[in-house]
Design a protein around this ligand. Sequence first.
Ligand SMILES: Nc1ncnc2c1ncn2[C@@H]1O[C@H](COP(=O)(O)OS(=O)(=O)O)[C@@H](OP(=O)(O)O)[C@H]1O
Ligand SMILES: Nc1ncnc2c1ncn2[C@@H]1O[C@H](COP(=O)(O)OP(=O)(O)O)[C@@H](O)[C@H]1O
Length: 318
Amino acid sequence: MIIRPLRFKMVAIGKCSSIYRASLEFDFPEPSSGKLGLTKLPACNYGGKSFGFSISGTEVKTSFVAPLRAIEASRTSQVIGKAENLQRPGCDSDDLPTNDCNGFSGKGVPQMSTIGNSTNIVWHKCSVEKCDREELLQQRGCVIWVTGLSGSGKSTLACALGRGLHARGKLTYILDGDNVRHGLNRDLSFKAEDRAENIRRTGEVAKLFADAGVICIASLISPYRKDRDACRALLAEGDFIEVFMDVPLHVCEARDPKGLYKLARAGKIKGFTGIDDPYEPPLTSEIVLRQNQGLCDSPNDLADTVISYLDKKGYLKA
Ligand SMILES: Nc1ncnc2c1ncn2[C@@H]1O[C@H](COP(=O)(O)OS(=O)(=O)O)[C@@H](OP(=O)(O)O)[C@H]1O
Ligand SMILES: Nc1ncnc2c1ncn2[C@@H]1O[C@H](COP(=O)(O)OP(=O)(O)O)[C@@H](O)[C@H]1O
């Protein structure tokens, strides 16, 4: 196995003055077998099998198996509220889309909606839908939302998970808090309302990836329960899988790979999560990854836990 060095470069992006572009990778030794190998990192306190976890949550619906309908038709419909309220013609039944190519059904004027500041908008629906994309990809789109303190191992898990799923032929995409703040969210700071907007935007993007059929891995501190729950509410039941990196503050602070805790303790960074800004731990995560007796599993073992969950819930097939 090859472990590439962990590299961090501190940069100032928009209002964020101390975020890092992270680059870390673990190469898995057994890609052909599709089985993850154990990774033991020197200088990391892994301790073999002693990282505990628990899995909870309700059974997800069975996957849609409708054939791909490459029909050049489209339709419009009004959509308000949660994704589970969306009509899914062509997915859950043999109904074909009934609207014509101009996007109107001929049954009257389409209903307009007002969403936020957008007035007079109409949802435009296409006949190639999520289930069709999932059929192509042979997987089910979902969002794995990794939350935890800075230094708890979110990015490391996200990378290990991305590699593990990639080795199994699954399409993933990582939305890492640090990285998303380099572009889409470069205008946001770390004050509460900006963190909320950071989570909201990332949640919406993650939802689009899931709709594309991709297994989207979002790794952000996402310290406020309300914001995480709002992201959950964007997705259909079961499609939002919250992974809580339940690593105590003193462990994260001891790791301090970017030196941020040190700066926060010295008062040089204000409003740092866990120091002088709150972190609200999840109450009902699907997966909790926690240390046991001060030791934890390797990132690959942790990724295996998540992959087993996805497999059990049917996300690794269409
Ligand atoms: N004030 C403050 N509080 C917490 N974190 C800070 C802060 N300032 C900069 N950083 C760096 O930004 C990374 C967290 O970004 P996120 O987008 O995940 O944060 S949040 O979800 O909006 O709270 C976080 O990266 P991770 O260590 O990967 O979590 C930090 O490196
Ligand atoms: N399972 C683990 N056990 C021990 N150390 C880990 C583990 N996962 C990550 N680390 C180390 O902890 C530090 C923080 O990891 P990172 O993934 O950057 O956390 P986060 O993204 O939550 O800030 C890094 O030095 C990393 O090597």
